[in-house]
Design a protein around this ligand. Structure first.
Ligand code: C5P
Length: 232
């Protein structure tokens, strides 16, 4: 499985995202479409970005009853996307339903990964707000094992947890890791962060980078720096 940098295009409208992506001439970054852009522009934005030649990670983090997630994934299976996700907290039957819904009649499907714990959540918050009183690593590994059992391709976790996830679930099980900052940048609302270079050392398969690229003075150079540090 090839390593790649996924750019989180957290823009509010089509004009902004197309303006941003048109700065890239030779490269065609793997693009993450998140809730803001998707809810603002609807499914059309997926078709537009795909037709520009980008791979797409549709980051909608589905979390609902299995039947609803199954049906939603059936819809998404017809779209030109390469990766989509659910919350592992939706439980094993929900993840199995997601996988079933996403699989096309010919057996093909986009990659399906599960969010473990958001990289903006730390142990104190997990304990106070969702009553999970276990170490973060244990929770992430447990969710990763459930995702693997359900047949998913990998998980979304912090780069800090990528090595442990691979140890528990195997090298082929993907780690998609947001929470990436250049060494000199402020982490903002993210809690469990590392640099692209460190994410490489820690064994992430895909890094998801938003603001360090989208808000950079020179986004193209920031993207290239991510590629250099993470892939070499
Ligand atoms: O701007 P920044 O690099 O923090 O963007 C990270 C992106 O990854 C955001 O789009 C956020 O929604 C997403 N994400 C995350 N943590 C997760 C799952 C997704 O930060 N666990």
């Amino acid at each position: 499985m090839g390593k790649d940098v996924i750019v989180a295009c957290d823009f509010s409208n089509k004009e902004e995202v197309i303006g941003f992506l048109s700065k890239f001439k030779e490269e065609k970054p793997f693009v993450k479409i998140g809730m803001e852009l998707f809810y603002g522009e609807g499914p059309e934005i997926v078709k537009i970005i795909s037709s520009m030649g980008h791979k797409i990670f549709l980051d909608l983090k589905l979390h609902d009853i299995p039947n609803t997630v199954y049906k939603a994934m059936r819809v998404l299976s017809a779209w030109p996307i390469d990766m989509v996700n659910v919350h592992a907290a939706g439980t094993l039957p929900m993840m199995e339903a997601a996988l079933q819904g996403l699989t096309r009649h010919d057996g093909t499907r986009p990659l399906l990964v599960a969010v473990t714990q958001l990289t903006s959540t730390d142990r104190e918050r997990m304990k106070s707000d969702i009553l999970i009183d276990r170490p973060m690593e244990e929770v992430v590994i447990h969710y990763a094992r459930c995702a693997k059992k359900a047949g998913l391709d990998g998980v979304v976790c912090s780069p800090l947890e990528a090595g442990m996830v691979h140890d528990a679930c195997g090298k082929e099980f993907l780690t998609v890791t947001p929470g990436v900052r250049f060494a000199e940048n402020d982490a903002g609302d993210q809690k469990r962060v590392t640099s692209p270079a460190m994410a490489r050392v820690l064994g992430s398969d895909y890094i998801v980078v938003g603001r360090p690229v989208t808000l950079a003075e020179d986004p193209l150079e920031a993207y290239r720096r991510c590629i250099r540090e993470f892939i070499g």
